[in-house]
Write a protein that binds this ligand. Sequence first.
Ligand code: SF4
Length: 170
Amino acid sequence: MASKKESGESPATTLCKSCGLCCTGHLFVWSKLRSAELDNAQSLGLNVIREPGQRGFNQPCPLWEGKCTIYETPHYPRFCHTYKCKLLKQVIDENIPLSDSLKIIQETRKIIDELELLLPDSPMTSFRERLVTSMEQGVTDVNFRLKADALVDIFDTRFGVNDFLDGSEA
Ligand code: SF4
């Protein structure tokens, strides 16, 4: 999810390092793997899914520790390498300044943190799963609804993830 510039880091890399929402179970419930990647992924500790029509691993990814811990290894999944959210594409295409994109990440994280305080306890580890479950259960708390709707809108308009309430994946 990035490349380089003179200071050693491209805007795209800076953005991805500041974000990680595609690794942490916020944008996606699961991510895709190719068949040939499944065994390696499992040995790396990923929670691998081997279902007909669904090959991948569950999010949040245990290899995210503030950054991807296998980013520079041969085991880096192809999907992780190729996936670019809408915001990343805009930064790469220089359609949005890095500073603005980082503010969007900050604002998104703020809403996520606020929602975390409002979500009920749950055995589910995926923020997205917990949020969708609460929304589908019709939680009536106005503050929750407003923030949840705002986040769904940000994920759609800023990150290009518009299937948030369909329970689908990366
Ligand atoms: S393998 Fe790395 S890039 Fe892929 S989801 Fe996990 S932490 Fe993110």
